[in-house]
Structure formats: structure tokens, C-alpha cells
Design a binder for this molecule. Structure first.
Ligand code: SF4
Ligand code: SF4
Length: 259
């Protein structure tokens, strides 16, 4: 089977306009559509660390097992940092590995990109914080738009449970939007590996919590190691903080999120 590389992907968008939260559209996806499951056969799904956490918890896997079984890694063109994609070219066949005969088998824990579809988003980091832009993506074969349900962008996001995913990925997104890795190739590759290990392989990162440099950042942030050892979400948020410290220096605070 041919493995095609995706087109260069960037989370950064420089756009004057996109949809507003009040923008309205019609959409209704259900099993009766002739295109049912088709969009999951060739998906380009970027997984944030929060997406990864939700999926690996649901599947009862370690982060390393999940990464090795279901994903591939590509470099993001804006930041030069690694992104993790669901690999639709798993050995058993073509399509998202979580696609079953009845549809998505991880539906309650599906990634943010799957929740938002047919809406896509890009982001910018400004002095006021992260600004997200939303766009409607009309695949030519998608019959969901021949729908009898109307949404505003805000009501669609609420219906799809997008808020906790947006919150969970915020620190990661800020780093990707802020840092462009540059320098000698060897040094960049080393930093890319380090970023991937900390951001995406959370169980592995947990094993390094007592190392002096990691411990120092946790202590500086007033975080208890016991909590980080047992609370995945707290560890995820700390991994963002640690990456921030590693790449920018710990004195620098993350900018607020623009409402
Ligand atoms: S995770 Fe679920 S919704 Fe997303 S592409 Fe895979 S099967 Fe489709
Ligand atoms: S209606 Fe669109 S989103 Fe739903 S299954 Fe068909 S192609 Fe996918």
C-alpha cells in the first residue's frame, strides 16, 4: 500500500476573516447518509496531547503503545516542531484505525478535529493571546450539508463537546505558534525529539519527574510531585509548562487567551 505524505500542515493561519461564533450553517451527519464513514477513510487528523491522552486512557494503552500502533509523526511547517497524526495506513487496511462497521469506535473520545468537522480551524498568537479562526470545509462527497439541522458555530461547538478539548490543548498550541526551531540540523532534531517525548509520550515523561531540572520547574510552579504522578491532566498541563520553560525560559508567562 502506498503511504502518501500529507501536504505540509500548519496550525498557523494568517486570515482576515473566518466564521464568527454567530455564523450559521446546516449540517446533519448520520448513518443513513450515502457517504457514511467515507470521510474517516482518508482522514488527516492532528492529535493534540489532550486528544492523545483521551484516546490512550479509553483504549487502556500506554502513551508509547498508542503512538506506536496508531500514529505517525510529521514536522509542522510554521514551528518546525513535531505533530502527531492518526495513521490511516495501519497494516490491516486503509482508513482511520478507529473506524468500525458502525462508525467511529472511539466516538465519545474522538479527537477535536473530528468533533469540529465540517469546521476546521487555524490560530495566531497575538499580543492579546491566541486567536482562533474557523472555516467551513465542504468536501464534495459529503452529504451532511443537505441537512435539516441548522447550527451557529457556537452551538455546534457546544454540541460536539469542543470546549474541554480546546482548553486541554491550549498550552501546546501556544508553544507551536510561538516557537520556530532554527539552528544546526543536529540540534534541531534533538529538540524535536525532546519536544515529542515530553508533549506526546506522557507516561514516559512521568518517569522523569524526579530528575533535578524537571523537579525544579515543578517546585517553582508550586506543584506536588505526588499529584503529577497520579493525575494525568495535571501532568499534561505541567508538560506544557515544562516545555515552555525549556524553550523560552521559565520567567516568561504564557499570554492570556483572547475571549
Ligand atoms: S477518530 Fe473516529 S471520527 Fe475521527 S477519523 Fe477516526 S473513525 Fe473517524
Ligand atoms: S455526512 Fe459528511 S461528515 Fe458525515 S459521514 Fe458523510 S462525509 Fe462524513
Amino acid at each position: 500500500m502506498t503511504r502518501e505524505k500529507p501536504a505540509a500542515v500548519s496550525l498557523y493561519k494568517q486570515m482576515d476573516q473566518g466564521l464568527s461564533l454567530d455564523s450559521r450553517f446546516q449540517f446533519h451527519c448520520h448513518a443513513g447518509r450515502p457517504c457514511f464513514n467515507r470521510c474517516c477513510r482518508t482522514p488527516t487528523i492532528i492529535l493534540s496531547p489532550y486528544d492523545l491522552l483521551r484516546l490512550k486512557q479509553f483504549l487502556g494503552l500506554t502513551s508509547r503503545e498508542f503512538l506506536e500502533r496508531y500514529t505517525r509523526r510529521e514536522i509542522e511547517e510554521w514551528s518546525n516542531l513535531p505533530l502527531i497524526f492518526i495513521d490511516p495506513y495501519r497494516p490491516e487496511g486503509e482508513g482511520c484505525p478507529f473506524l468500525g462497521a458502525e462508525g467511529c469506535t472511539v466516538y465519545a473520545h474522538r479527537p477535536a478535529a473530528c468533533r469540529l468537522f465540517p469546521i476546521t480551524m487555524g490560530s495566531q498568537l497575538t499580543e492579546q493571546g491566541t486567536v482562533d479562526y474557523y472555516f467551513c470545509r465542504q468536501l464534495d462527497y459529503c452529504r451532511g450539508f443537505a441537512g435539516d439541522r441548522e447550527w451557529s458555530l457556537a452551538s455546534w461547538m457546544a454540541d460536539q463537546g469542543f470546549a474541554e478539548y480546546q482548553e486541554g490543548r491550549q498550552g501546546w498550541l501556544e508553544i507551536l505558534l510561538k516557537k520556530g526551531l532554527q539552528g544546526p540540523q543536529g540540534a534541531v532534531a534533538e529538540l524535536q525529539d525532546l519536544f515529542a517525548a515530553i508533549a506526546y509520550d506522557l507516561d514516559q515523561f512521568r518517569r522523569h519527574l524526579s530528575e533535578p531540572e524537571v523537579f525544579r520547574v515543578a517546585e517553582h510552579a508550586g506543584l506536588a510531585l505526588e499529584d503529577l504522578q497520579t493525575n494525568d491532566l495535571a501532568l499534561l498541563q505541567f508538560s506544557y509548562r515544562y516545555l515552555h520553560s525549556l524553550l523560552f525560559g521559565e520567567e516568561e508567562e504564557s499570554p492570556p487567551r483572547e475571549k
